[in-house]
Structure formats: structure tokens, C-alpha cells
Ligand binder design. Structure first.
Ligand code: VTB
Ligand code: MG
Ligand code: MG
Length: 323
């Protein structure tokens, strides 16, 4: 992938964030998502790639989405796999809660895992603890190993988890082990990326979240030098069947960062929608001035760019406006 594409992908996530942000706090997560999907699709259509959407993210929540298999971009090459989540955390936008993001990952064709089921058990860490996690081990064992790798006590480690009844046992064990916990209502992509950015104060992500979100997190962590391990969380025979049909012979397979996002050349762009510890959200300064905050990164070079942009909404196409 030409490096210039990184800037194009920032334009894509900026557009989706700018389209979703007017919906903050309006209680309508579908409208926020639809606005972001439309803007993302429109900007992708101006990018010189032959992209295929491998992750459109919306199935589980029956949300508006770019469709899996949808062709995007306006060129015959390069042929890329594209994974998107136009709004990761639609509830967060609807309520005005922190950490909603717009994200895009890109890699060479065939490199991003097409997730066969909706849920994935995950464990993720930043670069200092790369190599110190094992999804088959207990939370306590993982906490010990990550604390050691980071030169911390377990009591210094902060674990981020989705607040769900399915995590009750895990939460109990993490508390007993003495670590700190940050429970989130949605947004485990933000949680996964946070493990690799020291200013967030998050050391690990654990628990079961969306499988598409697992691939997106893997793409980001690959660029940041972190690690994720995932196992499909299969809830019934129908899902097991679907996974087998999509080529997963061993339903207990451990997916590594490289299995989820293959190859040396992965790009990832993320723009904040609502304010969060990862990124500031879209800021309205009046007088037609709107500010966005994004991070764009490439695994090939390991460059991580923080991009603050000022937009004049009146000079942009209509899909940026709250109509
Ligand atoms: C997570 C979270 C998403 O889904 O993946 C979660 O990151 C997992 O599913 O923002 P449940 O909500 O069903 O537990 C979201 O909350 C929504 O896609
Ligand atoms: Mg999502
Ligand atoms: Mg979404």
C-alpha cells in the first residue's frame, strides 16, 4: 500500500465522525450510525483503491453498515481488504458517553479475517506485555505475567472489560487477584487500543466482545506493537456450523494478532466521535469551525500519527451536515 493512503483513510474516519457527531445525545443510535455509514461510503468512493469490505460490523446489532463483500474505492488497484466500524459504540453516541470512535483497517486482499460468528473471547495488551499473555490461562495467571513484563505489581494493573453478566466470574477473579478494573458499557475497540497507549492508564483488555471488533483491534495493535489473542465465542450449533463452513476446522483455535490481521502492511485510522481517554471527540467551535482528532498508523513502518484537523462544514458535501 502506498503510504499516501494513510491520509485518505483519515479522511474516511473523519467524515464518518463528523457525520455521526451531530447525533450525540439525541438518543437515536441508528440515525448516528446511518449518517456515519453514508459519509464513510461516500468518501471511500473517492479513494484510489479496489477495496472489498470484509468487516462491515453491523450484523450483530442489526445496525446500518457497509456490506460484507461491498466493493469500495474508485480504482482497479491496489486490491485491499477493508474492515470498518463507522461508529464503534453507537449507544455511546446516542447517550453522549465517552469513547465512541470511527475506525477503518486496511490490508492486502486476504489479510483481514472474515469473522464467521458475532462474538469473540479476547485478551489484549500493549507492546511492553507483548508475549506475556495466554488466552488459555486464568485471569490471575495473565495478570501475574503482564505485571511482571511491565515491572508493576498486580495492584498497579488496570484491566478494561465490557460490563456484562457474562463477565461476572472473570470480574470476581480479577478483583480477588488485586488488580484495578475499568468497566465499560460499549466500545471494546477503544479498550483494546488503550492498552497500547500509556496515557490511557489501561494495561489489559479481557472478556467477550464483538468478533469484528477483535479484527479491528488486532489491526491497530499490530501497528502499535501490542498483542491480542482471540477465540471464537460460539453460542449454538448453528454458529458452530457457520464457523466450519467459513473454514474454521478447529472451533477452539486461538487467533493471534497475525491470524486476525495478516501480513506486514496493515493500516489503521481512528477518529474520536465523543470525547474519551484515547482521543478527543468532534469539537464545535462555532463560526463554522469544527475540530477532529485522529490517529493513523502503519504496521510496516510503525509510524503513529496524531492528526488534529479543522473543518469548515459549510464547504463540505451535504453528508457531513445534520439534515
Ligand atoms: C462490543 C463493543 C461494541 O458490542 O464488541 C460489544 O465494542 C459486544 O456485544 O461497541 P454485546 O453488546 O452484545 O455484549 C458493542 O457494544 C456494540 O457493537
Ligand atoms: Mg462496533
Ligand atoms: Mg458500529
Amino acid at each position: 500500500m502506498e503510504r499516501e493512503l494513510a491520509l485518505e483513510f483519515v479522511r474516511v474516519t473523519e467524515a464518518a465522525a463528523l457525520a455521526a457527531a451531530p447525533w450525540m445525545g439525541k438518543g437515536d443510535k441508528i440515525a448516528a450510525d446511518q449518517a456515519a455509514v453514508d459519509a464513510m461510503r461516500a468518501v471511500f468512493d473517492t479513494v484510489n483503491i479496489k477495496g472489498t469490505v470484509v468487516i462491515g460490523e453491523g450484523e450483530k446489532d442489526e445496525a446500518p453498515m457497509l456490506y460484507i463483500g461491498e466493493e469500495i474505492g474508485c480504482s482497479d488497484s491496489p486490491e485491499l481488504d477493508i474492515a470498518v466500524d463507522p461508529v464503534e459504540g453507537t449507544n455511546l453516541v446516542a447517550k453522549g458517553s465517552p469513547n465512541s470512535l470511527s475506525v477503518v483497517a486496511a490490508a492486502k486482499k486476504g489479510c483481514l479475517l472474515k469473522t464467521p460468528v458475532w462474538y469473540m473471547k479476547k485478551i489484549a495488551v500493549g507492546p511492553e506485555a507483548n508475549g506475556a499473555i495466554d488466552i488459555e490461562a486464568t485471569p490471575t495467571e495473565n495478570l501475574k505475567s503482564v505485571a511482571k513484563a511491565k515491572g508493576k505489581n498486580i495492584s498497579d494493573i488496570t484491566v478494561i472489560l465490557l460490563e456484562r453478566p457474562r463477565h461476572d466470574e472473570m470480574i470476581k477473579e480479577i478483583r480477588n487477584a488485586g488488580a484495578r478494573i475499568k468497566l465499560i458499557s460499549d466500545g471494546d475497540v477503544a479498550g483494546g487500543i488503550a492498552t497500547a497507549l500509556s496515557h490511557t492508564g489501561v494495561d489489559m483488555l479481557m472478556g467477550i466482545g464483538g468478533a469484528p471488533e477483535g479484527v479491528l483491534t488486532a489491526a491497530a495493535l499490530k501497528c502499535l506493537g501490542g498483542e491480542i489473542q482471540g477465540k471464537l465465542h460460539i453460542r449454538n450449533e448453528e454458529e458452530a456450523q457457520r464457523a466450519r463452513e467459513m473454514g474454521v476446522d478447529d472451533l477452539d483455535q486461538i487467533f493471534t494478532t497475525d491470524d486476525l490481521a495478516k501480513g506486514r502492511d496493515v493500516m489503521f485510522s481512528v477518529t474520536g466521535i465523543t470525547n474519551g481517554e484515547l482521543l478527543k471527540g468532534v469539537q464545535y467551535h462555532g463560526d463554522d469551525q469544527v475540530e477532529t482528532h485522529s490517529i493513523v498508523m502503519r504496521s510496516k513502518t510503525g509510524t503513529v500519527r496524531h492528526i488534529k484537523a479543522h473543518h469548515k462544514i459549510s464547504q463540505k458535501p451535504s453528508y457531513f451536515k445534520d439534515e
